[in-house]
Design a protein around this ligand. Sequence first.
Ligand SMILES: *Cc1c(COP(=O)(O)O)cnc(C)c1O
Length: 357
Amino acid sequence: MRPVLTVDPDAIVANWRELARVHGAPAAAVVKADAYGLGAAIVAPRLHRAGATFFFVAQLEEGVLLRRLLPGATIAILNGFSTADAADYLAHDLAPVLGALHEIDAYRALAAREGRALPALLHIDTGMNRLGLPGHELDAVASDPGRLAGIDWLYAMTHLVSAEAADDPRNEAQRLRFAQACARLPPMKRSLANSSGIFLGEAFRSDLARPGAALYGVNPTPGLPNPMRPVMRLQAPVLQMREIGGGESVGYNAIWVAARPSRVATIALGYADGYHRAASNRARVAFDGMRLPLIGRVSMDLITIDATDAPGLAPGGMVELIGPAIPVDEVAGWAGTNGYEVLTSLRRRAGCVVGPL
Ligand SMILES: *Cc1c(COP(=O)(O)O)cnc(C)c1O
């Protein structure tokens, strides 16, 4: 009697293939944050067997875990390099994404100590102002290419600020800034688009796209139909059903009051499972082809549903919270966030099933 998270690796593989097809060039797989909450150990080996050779994670520790699963893949660490981590980078053959002069200098020193060119990516900031070489540091390496020597540069990359807003002029501005920056550097392959960037057209094609969210079914083209397949389903069972009279309230703080005699289903899932409390009194769940309103507060381990119109719902019955009938982006709308946060919030307290939805 607990939530069940089903993850469909075949659907993730299908999404990866579709993204590479739309990109018209290779695509990596971004599997940071445990594959956006769905389980890197489930997702990454399947993608690798399907032909993905390049994987991104955020943290060194994620890369160390991933290396055990993917002995043959290239694994890049988005959050960069510090000398304190040198031994792990070497032992597990990980490639840092270097986005600051001090990181480049430290990594070159390591390569010199090792007596060989070590792999890395060069992150150029074109507007995010978060990670990546800022303008003056780009000037420094462009005017003195020796500062890039001794490293096996796999790709130059940049990251789009608002790729999901196709008409935002920042996209084109960043694309141009990236092209101009690369022209000032020694020749290397380029990596530009994230999930949404892949859908910005041919001009945003590069040698390697870096999709994450779209692999996991988040719509990379908000406002347009979702071109990706759903890859997960979160379900939870009914613990109890009860009849209440009109005027009675349900749950903490009585924020929902029945306008008519109602049947209330209490479901075994709450914010401790990663279901957002902000969706209180707003969300819908699916049962037997119907969408039923979540009523009252989302509490720690329980939610309540108005099942008056679903006479077939009974204790033990499963409702869908997120999945093919309740898209992750719609849940995000109810919770006032995005699909990325909905997925990465999921807790593995849920039982996990791997297979078709
Ligand atoms: C997370 C991340 C991605 C993947 O972005 P999505 O929008 O999830 O496709 C790509 N590149 C960088 C630098 C990232 O941090």
